[in-house]
Design a protein around this ligand. Structure first.
Ligand code: AQP
Length: 343
């Protein structure tokens, strides 16, 4: 990640990201997003729980608040420091939806028609999907540009949505003749685990919505479940190759090597240097030990926090106040540029 804000934008470098409150978090969310928020956090970092994104598909109203707190607990347990980073629920800052409406009028239908995540999530029955699921990337652009965020650490699956955010910023700046008003945000997609794959299928992304629990390691899994899922993970019969190139046609092996590298803060090449030539009988137990060692303290802290909603709510409330203070003037200025009546 560069240390500079993108060109033509004079504001400060600001990091922002979020995770949907749509179910239990998994290792892909942790390595692709959470762990990286923690690594880059500073006093200008905003991390939100995307509860409005979650309701683009059905969420049980009796569970949504608990799911929102669970994501916040994962943030804190993974090492996000609320004295440094601003942590808040998206819905507590009404300016997200206000800016999203203005952006709905800037974004073009053709841009949204190209979004592959909508196609994947709506499946064969797109006419039965919510309108919110379709316009989800526009709300995401508002989430980012509301804070004039310059850098967004995400997994690879979000690349196309970040491109749409850049297109919306560019078009808004052009349409209203305000070069550099919104930054052209940089996606930060880095490290050996930007796309963690299912443990059952090396061609599918590890995902909360995969019906098979065996396909993912959940952050709330205990040590036995983690070890058993890794032991049963689908692989081929060959030992690990001696060079990185040897992983090219071996998606399942490549995935496990990437997970090991991300958990150990190594490169994939360093993992291959250590385990090249060894079979999965050696590699899988080493990976299971490492995963348990890294995840168990996070799981324990998440459980402690989730047993005390008051502590989490205190962090979210303070974060929301801080976020609203930043968001309100940006929306006020945007309204003025668009020509909406100022009363
Ligand atoms: N498998 C993954 N590998 C690496 N990064 C991932 N992310 C998600 N899956 C992987 C990253 O996690 C962040 C939060 O994602 P999200 O919850 O907002 O939505 P998602 O990408 O739709 O996550 P899921 O688990 O796949 O949920 P469902 O099944 O509900 O669609 C993002 O930065 C994402 O890139």
């Amino acid at each position: 990640m560069t240390d500079q804000a993108p060109a033509a934008y004079a504001g400060p470098k600001r990091i922002l990201s979020g995770i949907q409150a749509s179910g239990s978090l998994h290792l892909g969310n942790y390595l692709g997003a959470l762990k990286r928020f923690v690594a880059v956090q500073n006093a200008d970092t905003f991390v939100f729980v995307a509860d409005l994104h979650a309701i683009t598909v059905w969420q049980d109203p009796a569970q949504l608040a608990a799911q929102t707190r669970e994501i916040a607990a994962a943030y804190l347990a993974s090492g996000l420091d609320p004295k440094l980073a601003t942590i808040f629920p998206q819905s507590a800052v009404p300016q997200h939806t206000e800016l999203a409406w203005i952006f709905n009028c800037v974004a073009r239908l053709g841009w949204l028609d190209r979004m592959t995540q909508f196609k994947e999530k709506s499946g064969k029955h797109k006419e039965r999907s919510s309108v919110g699921l379709y316009t989800y990337p526009v709300l995401q652009a508002a989430d980012i540009l509301l804070y004039k965020a310059t850098h967004v650490p995400v997994g690879e699956d979000q690349k196309q949505h970040l491109e749409l955010t850049r297109d919306i910023a560019q078009k808004f700046n052009n349409d209203f003749n305000v070069p550099g008003f919104f930054p052209i945000t940089e996606p930060v997609i880095e490290g050996p685990a930007t796309r963690v794959m299912s443990l059952r299928d090396g061609a599918a992304k590890m995902s909360k919505s995969d019906p098979s629990d065996q396909s993912r390691i959940n952050l709330l899994d205990d040590a036995d479940a983690i070890a058993s899922k890794i032991r049963k993970a689908r692989t081929d019969p060959e030992p690990l190759p001696e060079t990185l190139d040897g992983l090219a046609e071996r998606p399942e092996a490549g995935n496990l090597v990437g997970v090991y590298a991300a958990l150990a803060d190594l490169t994939k090449a360093e993992v291959i240097a250590q385990f090249g030539g060894k079979g999965f009988g050696v590699f899988k137990p080493a990976l299971a030990d490492l995963a348990v060692q890294r995840l168990a303290p996070i799981t324990a802290e998440m459980r402690r926090l989730m047993a005390d909603p008051a502590e989490i709510d205190g962090v979210l409330k303070a974060g929301a106040e801080k976020a609203r203070d930043i968001a309100a003037p940006v929306v006020a200025e945007t309204r003025k540029l668009v020509g909406l009546l100022q009363l």
